[in-house]
Design a protein around this ligand. Structure first.
Ligand code: FES
Ligand code: FES
Length: 852
């Protein structure tokens, strides 16, 4: 028997186990999160005898006689200060890292109430945050120190809420104090745990599988195989993904599932899986799109190895290039990138009536419903999906991961089942950013005015399509950059391989093609004898110009102002790099693009209901602000409901920077109806009433026969500057962005800061490795930036003039993706100016962060 003292109380355990497992699985103290179970992320941080310790590391046997403090044990009056400061500073996005941050903050502030920013950075350097860029977390901790030191009172909450204000997010407090529920925090009576058996090889024929020994294991409750799957093919857009594989099948990547096992003891699952015997004939995997395109390459899918093509032609690029004074042609290569959301994928499926209730971490519960219902051959209404809090997504939680397997097991056994990826499973099996190889030719006249460009893009989509089609489209439609020229010829192909699947990732293809475009522009500027800022300023798109994809730039296009805002900082720093970017808001391209919000008045409270999934970007605060802005009601009157297929209308996937525009406008429309109904009335007088808002953006498909097709309903624009110090380290990053009217200033700044740091990771510090079809990376060594090496981040918001504002969602445009698009090329230019080496591949080599 092991006795440990937690939050002042003694607890006993019959078995020795990791502290984190005891806290979560036995005591259901879930504020300490399980982000990796391998000591790399810090989400599980607790205090042991006043020292911060990662709870996933020590065994209970080492903790007898010690005093353990979790977030649940922090004195409520002290916690209120943290809640206020973290919410006020805008330090909370997905929130998954935040309880661990609070513990690290407490470990500092318990001994030092006058810390410097460097002290704070040092205190939280063991805590990874993928959302915020750390800056606002540091602000929050410094603010808390001030409150404790000066015995400050927490101010009253304001009674109104409007656009373009500093306001606390509606979901901040529960994420700070650890009471907010993520899927892995759900523990149900009689719940089983399940885990999948994955293919040993990226490409192999499965000759035989024997389950005999595994079934004899005393803790094995069930093993399910392909034969148990009612309908074996799913897929986010293209239906090409095998739910499971069985005897006679040829595997497509190491993420193919051969069996799912269930046990009431999660610690026994690996043991049971190890008893399943599989006989394979190993085949040589195809690990590059160029191999896959060879005439004699085996077909990974029956319909061929080319998953998708895109071609964007405007004007006459050949002629324009031929007649241009300066022409540059270069090849570029961009890598996979791991999303690195702090919360690994998790799903709890529960029998409900004659169907299922699925709790899951996802970017769209309606997609989960559609795909799981299809697999189980059930009508969608029998698959009820609910989103608890989601600990980050960045595009990586659009595809199914663990959901089909939890749903299948719960459906067969009629018992609750939880499946959670280990961190290594998450790394190996969920989608990544598409690697792309590009050859771009760009031309300009003697004055540095861009004249035309041609490009070829080859993308590795891995074993399945995922969102590879639209990612390729976006790479092509944005490939010419936010500049005013019209002779474009871009061709792209996305190709199947036996590598890890590539899919959606913040920036969605534009991150890749922007690197090639901006790098060519740097060379043209040099040839024309014009500096990089001036060259971009001469070509910047402005209202009324025609975007390279043929769309007329709207009056709210504010690219020039973004460049003007970073002019001084660029010229004042010797090793400054600059790049520009633009990004659509909304799926566009003629696709269905609808936001929906339902407001209902229930028991004196106004419920906001939308299926738009928040994975940290702040959907709740966004819709609340739109509604409060038009109604002038007190935000305390509102309840924001998490996405749920029974309670909340389908607002589409949280992707393509679309929710602020689509669901924001739907919220505004619902809010206007509420305002009308309330005229001269009290809330009690409209009890039971509902107000529905919907907004559907109308756009044209790629290749529409129109002079100026509307590809997307809106675009955001931005310029970034990256500054190196004399040692070549990134000292500061500055973003000037036109994202329309900020809904909430801290949230917009926080998104941009987090995006900049993610972009620096993509450009310089991170490397995800998939070698011969096998994931080689570990979470702790990918190269995610930590607080102590993160540079200073500065955000400048360049709103269009009032009369030019985007006409929907009270002028707000998307900002979730643009923020990391120009970062890598800005880093590359900074290093070019630092050492004269022109780098054509990411992550950049020969830097203090990554040697060649
Ligand atoms: S869960 Fe303990 S460090 Fe990640
Ligand atoms: S808020 Fe830190 S990981 Fe999401």
């Amino acid at each position: 028997m092991f006795t440990v003292n937690i939050n002042g109380k003694d607890y006993e355990s019959a078995h020795d186990k990791k502290l984190l497992r005891f806290l979560r699985d036995d005591l259901h103290l879930t504020a300490a999160k399980d982000g990796c179970s391998e000591g790399a992320c810090g989400t599980c941080t607790v205090l042991i005898d006043g020292q911060k310790v990662k709870a996933c590391v020590p065994q209970l046997s080492k903790l007898e006689g010690k005093k353990i403090l979790t977030v649940e044990g922090i004195d409520p009056s002290e916690m209120r200060i943290y809640e206020h400061c973290f919410a006020m500073a805008g330090a909370v996005q997905c929130g998954f890292c935040i309880p661990g941050m609070i513990i690290s903050a407490k470990s500092l502030l318990d001994v030092n109430l006058s810390p410097t920013r460097q002290d704070v950075k040092s205190a939280i350097k063991g805590n990874l945050c993928r959302c915020t860029g750390y800056s606002k977390i540091e602000d929050a901790i410094l603010m808390a120190a001030d409150f404790f030191r000066e015995h400050k009172e927490i101010p009253e909450e304001p009674k109104s809420l409007h656009m373009n204000e500093h306001a606390k997010r509606i979901d901040a407090v529960e994420k700070v104090n650890g009471t907010g529920v993520y899927t892995d925090d759900i523990y149900l009576p009689d719940m089983l745990y399940a885990k999948c058996l994955y293919s040993k090889y990226p490409r192999a024929v499965i000759n035989a599988i024997s389950f005999d020994k595994a079934l004899e294991h005393p803790d094995c409750v069930e093993i399910l195989t392909k034969d148990d799957v009612p309908y074996n093919t799913i897929g986010h857009l293209k239906q090409d993904w095998d739910v499971m594989m069985g005897v006679g099948d040829t595997t497509k990547y190491v993420g193919n599932v051969l069996a799912v096992v269930a046990s009431s003891k999660p610690e026994k699952l690996d043991e049971i899986l190890s008893l399943i015997e599989v006989d394979y004939t190993e085949l040589t995997p195809i690990t590059s799109p160029f191999e896959a395109l060879k005439g004699d390459a085996p077909l990974i899918h029956e319909d061929g190895n080319v998953m998708s093509r895109a071609n964007l032609v405007r004007g006459d690029a050949d002629l324009a290039i031929k007649n241009s004074k300066y022409v540059v042609t270069r090849k570029y290569k961009t890598p996979w990138q791991e999303h690195g959301f702090m919360e690994p994928e998790c799903c709890v499926a529960v029998p409900e009536n004659d169907g299922l209730l699925i709790y899951t971490t996802s970017q769209s519960i309606y997609d989960v419903q559609r795909e799981c219902a299809q697999m189980l051959k059930l009508p969608p209404e029998k698959v009820h999906c609910h989103a608890p809090l989601v600990g980050g997504g960045f595009g990586g939680k659009e595809d199914m991961s663990v959901q089909p397997y939890a749903a299948l097991m719960a459906w067969v056994l009629k018992r609750p089942v939880k499946i959670k990826y280990s961190r290594q499973e998450s790394l190996a099996y969920h989608v990544k950013r598409h690697p792309m190889e590009m050859e771009f030719t760009t031309a300009c006249d003697e004055n540095g005015i861009l004249t035309g460009m041609k490009g070829i893009i080859i993308a590795d989509t891995g074993a399945y399509a995922s969102l590879g089609g639209p990612v390729l489209h976006r790479a092509c439609t944005h490939a010419a950059g936010p500049y005013n020229y019209q002779n474009i010829d871009i061709f792209g192909m996305s190709v199947y391989t036996n590598n890890v699947v590539s899919g959606a990732f913040r920036g969605f293809g534009v991150t890749q093609s922007c690197f090639a475009t901006e790098m060519n522009i740097n060379l043209l500027a040099e040839m024309a004898g014009i500096d990089p800022w001036e060259f971009r300023r001469r070509n910047a798109i402005k209202p009324g110009d025609i975007l390279p994809n043929g769309q007329t730039a709207d009056p709210n296009t504010n690219m020039e102002a973004c460049l003007d805002a970073v002019k001084d900082v660029f010229y004042q720093n010797k090793y400054a790099g600059i790049a520009c970017g633009f990004k659509n808001s909304g799926t566009g391209m003629g696709k269905k693009d609808i936001g929906r919000v339902l407001i209902s008045v229930e028991n004196g409270k106004i419920h906001i209901r939308t299926g738009a999934s928040c994975m940290g970007q702040g959907i709740g605060q966004m819709v609340l602000t739109e509604i409060c802005h038009v109604t002038d009601l007190d935000p305390a009157l509102f309840v924001f409901e998490n996405a749920d297929t029974v309670r909340t209308p389908d607002a589409g996937t949280s992707t393509a920077s679309r929710q602020t525009v689509m669901t924001g406008e739907a919220a505004r429309r619902a809010g206007e109806k509420l305002k009308l109904a309330l005229q001269g009335k009290q809330i009690s007088e409209i009890e039971g009433m509902e107000f529905f808002g919907e907004y559907s953006a109308k756009t044209d498909p790629l290749g529409a026969i129109k002079e100026n097709p509307i590809s997307h309903i809106s675009y955001s624009y931005g310029a970034q500057v990256i500054i190196l110090n004399d040692e070549g380290k990134i000292e500061k990053a500055v973003s000037a962005f036109d994202v329309g009217t900020p809904v909430n200033i801290q949230s917009v700044e926080g998104q941009i800061e987090g995006g900049m740091l993610m972009g620096i990771g993509y450009g310089v510090t991170e490397k995800f490795e998939c070698v011969d079809g096998y994931t080689k990376s570990r979470f702790g060594t990918i190269g995610f930036m930590r607080a102590d090496i993160a540079p200073e981040l500065k955000v400048i918001l360049c709103e269009p003039k009032e009369e030019d504002k985007f006409p929907f969602s009270l002028g707000a445009k998307g900002c979730g993706e643009l923020c990391m698009i120009p970062t890598a090329p800005a880093c590359a230019l900074a290093y070019y100016r630092y050492d004269g080496k022109f780098r054509q591949e990411l992550p950049l080599k020969d830097t203090p962060y990554r040697k060649s």
